[in-house]
Ligand binder design. Structure first.
Ligand SMILES: NC(=O)c1ccc[n+]([C@@H]2O[C@H](COP(=O)([O-])OP(=O)(O)OC[C@H]3O[C@@H](n4cnc5c(N)ncnc54)[C@H](O)[C@@H]3O)[C@@H](O)[C@H]2O)c1
Length: 270
């Protein structure tokens, strides 16, 4: 019950990683604000955790006025704000030469600008109670993917914005990020639900599977909790080892299965 009497706002709380975080915060005693652009997703999660104790809001994180309302209504209802989880996000496919300015701007609005604006509005209230922010970035913010240019840029910005806010607003609040790798959520079903795609992932998924959303939520809740009271400006990578890999071939497998390569390696050693 690390969040008894604390108020937590989770953006994109109606699905996937956000939903898993909502459920964990609620189970640990928090009063949770489930903010999502999709009313039916928000209502489903709110019904699961209890609409009397918690609050659901339909919020489009592209809409600055809606974000202002989210913070204002939270304070009116619960009188305090302890944790902001900037989780809402969208994916994007395309190289720079294939996406247009409207798409680029939408990705930056949803994935980065919403983090800036919600944080800007929340920080004065978080400072009153020694609260914290957790931003959901991505392994795709730490290096580049083929064909994910706008998303790579946005998530990298989230990571450095996390660090900037962490040093600017310490010691009054803490600001950290979680960087998931492939996680089995509706956002990623185009990847996790596609056999050819999963076969292509096989060499880089050291754990042999995507993350469960609850495994990412556990890291979010840890960073928001008093257990992380001296953790600030950190990027907690929850990718099963994906970014621990240089990208080089699997030598164990290759050298074990191909005797000519083993011989070549022995020749080098000799
Ligand atoms: N699933 C992955 O493999 C993965 C990997 C790395 C990072 N992430 C990040 O995790 C976060 C959560 O993604 P997820 O995989 O749980 O996806 P998801 O689609 O399951 O959930 C995202 C939720 O955000 C909501 N949302 C989308 N746009 C919104 C907007 N403009 N305003 C308010 N709500 C909005 C959606 O309605 C949805 O309920 C995102 O920031 C995503 O970039 C996901």
């Amino acid at each position: 019950m690390r969040f008894r009497n604390k108020t937590v706002v989770v953006t994109g709380g109606g699905s996937g990683i956000g939903e898993a975080a909502v459920r964990r915060f609620a189970a640990e005693g928090a009063r949770v604000v489930v903010a999502d652009i999709r009313p039916e997703a928000m209502e489903r999660v709110l019904a699961a955790i209890g609409p009397q104790r918690h609050l659901g809001l339909v919020v489009d994180m592209e809409d600055m006025a809606a974000i202002e309302r989210m913070i204002a209504v939270t304070l009116t209802r619960f009188r305090r704000l302890d944790v902001l989880v900037n989780n809402a996000g969208m994916g994007s496919f395309g190289r720079v030469t294939e996406i247009d300015m409207d798409h680029w701007r939408q990705v930056q609005r949803v994935d980065v600008e919403s983090v800036f604006w919600a944080s800007r509005l929340a920080i004065p209230h978080l400072e009153k109670v020694g609260g914290s922010i957790v931003n959901v970035a991505s392994a795709s913010g730490m290096a580049a993917d083929y064909g994910f240019a706008a998303y790579n840029a946005a998530k990298a910005a989230v990571l450095n914005l996390t660090r900037a806010m962490a040093i600017d607003h310490a010691p009054a609040i803490r600001v950290n990020a979680v960087s998931p790798g492939l996680t089995a959520t509706p956002l990623a079903t185009g990847l996790t639900g596609n056999a050819e795609m999963m076969a292509a992932y096989e060499p880089v998924l050291a754990m042999g599977r995507p993350a469960d959303p609850g495994e990412v939520a556990a890291a979010i809740v840890f960073l928001a909790s008093a257990d992380a009271s001296y953790v600030n400006g950190h990027n907690l990578v929850v990718d099963g080892g994906m970014t621990a890999h240089t990208g080089q071939p699997n030598f164990t497998r290759l050298l074990g299965e191909n005797s000519h390569l083993v011989e070549a390696e022995s020749a080098v050693k000799r």
